[in-house]
Design a protein around this ligand. Structure first.
Ligand code: ITT
Ligand code: NA
Length: 187
């Protein structure tokens, strides 16, 4: 079966398509639809609203959208739902500056993946990965905050670990695996 992923982020698409391949599901990138992002401090609300714009209940295909955030505990969850904007503005350097002298570097990534499809199906799947903010950027793989995120029980960043290991641990991989399990269960 096939599922369309409405995203502007090719790295997200690549990771998600490798995960769904494990389920025999073909993921296709959809650049015709737009992911409309409302301003909200809740990833689930952002995804639910984006889905409404994409599916009007009578589609013959399955569509997914995903919204993510990096939540840093000592910064009260910042940048969270604003991660994309914060990455583009203050970037990795800005986050590391905010964290200078901070001992508690714990953080987590959260992914919310929304699915809509035939028979007005709407489902949300979530995934979380816990870890720590690195002292400096390391590694060249991945995207976004990968060079400063060290998953728990590892001493390398996602950008050093690479896509295969990241896909065993990440928020995105967990959310898309839950989606894959669910889709297979209804067929
Ligand atoms: P869409 O078109 O799918 O919205 P996007 O990149 O704008 O793509 P989000 O709105 O979900 O995605 O923004 C989340 C941001 O959080 C993203 O731009 C990255 O900076 C960061 N992020 C999300 N997942 C990440 C990951 O696996 N590794 C590193 N950074 C990540
Ligand atoms: Na976005």
């Amino acid at each position: 079966m096939r599922v369309f992923f409405v995203t502007s982020n090719k790295a997200k698409f690549r990771e998600a398509s490798l995960v769904l391949k494990e389920f025999g599901i073909d993921l296709l990138i959809d650049t015709n639809h737009r992911k409309v992002e409302i301003q909200s401090d809740n990833l689930e609300d952002i995804v639910s609203n984006a889905l409404k714009e994409i599916c009007n209940g009578n589609t013959g295909d399955y569509f997914v959208v995903e919204d993510d955030g990096l939540f840093i505990n000592k910064l009260n969850g910042f940048p969270g739902p604003y991660s994309s904007y914060v990455y583009k503005t203050i970037g990795l350097t800005g986050i590391l500056k905010l964290m200078s002298g901070v001992d508690d570097r714990t953080a987590y990534f959260k992914s919310v993946v929304g699915l809509c499809g035939p028979k007005a199906i709407i489902k949300l799947f979530t995934g979380v990965v816990y870890g720590n903010i690195a002292m400096e950027p390391r590694g060249s793989e991945g995207f976004g905050f990968d060079p400063i995120f060290i998953p728990s029980d590892y001493d390398k960043t996602f950008a050093e670990l690479g896509i295969d290991i990241k896909n065993r641990l990440s928020h995105r991989a967990k959310a898309f695996r839950a989606l894959g399990d669910w889709l297979l269960s209804i067929f």
